[in-house]
Write a protein that binds this ligand. Structure first.
Ligand code: AP5
Ligand code: MG
Length: 215
C-alpha cells in the first residue's frame, strides 16, 4: 500500500476520527486528520494556528491555500500509506490533492463516504468528549471513558470541542452540505466513491467499513 491515500469523507460527527484511526492502525497506515492538525496548531499558537483560529471557532473552512500548504508538507514527509480524514473539503482542494499526488508520487486508492442523517449527527456531537492530549474520541452516550471524563489512554481530563456548541454544529453541517457534498459527488462521478452506512453502533459501522475495504 506504499504511497497510497485513503480519503475519508463524511459530515461532522459521522465517525471519521473514530473509525479512521482504528482502520489506519490495523492496516499499518498513518492517520492524518486535518482538524486535529489545526487544533494542535491553534493550541500551540503557531503561525498556522493564528491563521486558522477564527475559521475553526466559527465552523468555517480554513482557506484552501493554507490547507494546500499543510497537505503538501504532510505528503512530502509521510513514509507509508495515509488515511486522510478531513481533506479534501472543497472542489478546489480535490483538484489540489490530485495535482500534489501526481507530482509527489501518491495515488488516491479509495474514497470512503460515511453516511449518517443529520439528527443523529447532532445527537452524537452534543455528547462528544475528546482528549486534548492524545486526541482519543469519546461519547458520553455511546463510547464513555472508563473513569469519569478522563482519557482511558493517557489519563488527561477530557474536554468538549469549542466547535461542538449547538449553534456552531448547525453551521458546520450547512458548510458540509454546501462545500463538501460536491466533493463526494465529484468522486462518485469518477467511480471512486464507496459509501458506507455509518449509522448504528460503532462496532456495526466498523464491521461495514472493514467489509467494503477488504474487497
Ligand atoms: P474536523 O475536526 O475534521 O471536524 P468535522 O469534519 O466536523 O468532523 P468531526 O471531527 O466533528 O467528526 P468525525 O466524523 O471525526 O466524528 P467522530 O469520530 O469524532 O474539522 C474541524 C474544523 O477544522 C473545520 O470546521 C474547519 O474549520 C477546519 N478544517 C479541517 N479540515 C479542513 C479542510 N480540509 N479545509 C478547511 N478547513 C478545514 O465521532 C463523533 C462522535 O460520535 C464521537 O463522540 C464518537 O464517539 C461518536 N460516534 C462515532 N461513531 C458512532 C456510532 N456509530 N454510534 C454512536 N456514536 C458514534
Ligand atoms: Mg474528527
Amino acid at each position: 500500500m506504499g504511497r497510497s491515500l485513503i480519503v475519508l469523507l463524511g459530515p461532522p460527527g459521522s465517525g471519521k476520527g473514530t473509525h479512521g484511526r482504528r482502520w489506519a492502525e490495523e492496516h499499518g497506515c498513518l492517520y492524518v486528520a486535518t482538524g486535529d492538525l489545526l487544533r494542535e496548531a491553534i493550541r500551540h499558537g503557531t503561525a498556522l494556528g493564528v491563521q486558522a483560529q477564527t475559521y475553526v471557532a466559527r465552523g468555517e473552512l480554513v482557506p484552501d491555500e493554507v490547507m494546500a500548504q499543510l497537505i503538501e508538507e504532510m505528503l512530502q514527509k509521510a513514509d507509508r500509506c495515509v488515511v486522510l480524514d478531513g481533506y479534501p473539503r472543497t472542489l478546489v482542494q480535490a483538484a489540489t490533492l490530485e495535482g500534489l499526488a501526481h507530482r509527489l508520487g501518491w495515488q488516491v486508492a479509495m474514497v470512503l463516504l460515511l453516511d449518517v442523517g443529520e439528527q443523529e449527527l447532532i445527537e452524537r456531537l452534543s455528547a462528544r468528549r475528546v482528549c486534548p492530549n492524545c486526541q482519543a474520541i469519546y461519547n458520553l452516550l455511546s463510547a464513555p471513558p472508563r473513569q469519569d471524563e478522563r482519557c482511558d489512554v493517557c489519563g488527561a481530563a477530557l474536554v468538549q470541542r469549542d466547535d461542538d456548541r449547538p449553534e456552531v454544529v448547525l453551521h458546520r453541517l450547512a458548510v458540509y452540505r454546501e462545500q463538501t457534498q460536491p466533493v463526494a459527488d465529484y468522486y462518485a462521478r469518477r467511480g471512486m466513491l464507496v459509501t458506507v452506512n455509518a449509522s448504528g453502533t460503532p462496532e456495526e459501522v466498523y464491521a461495514r467499513l472493514r467489509q467494503v475495504t477488504a474487497r
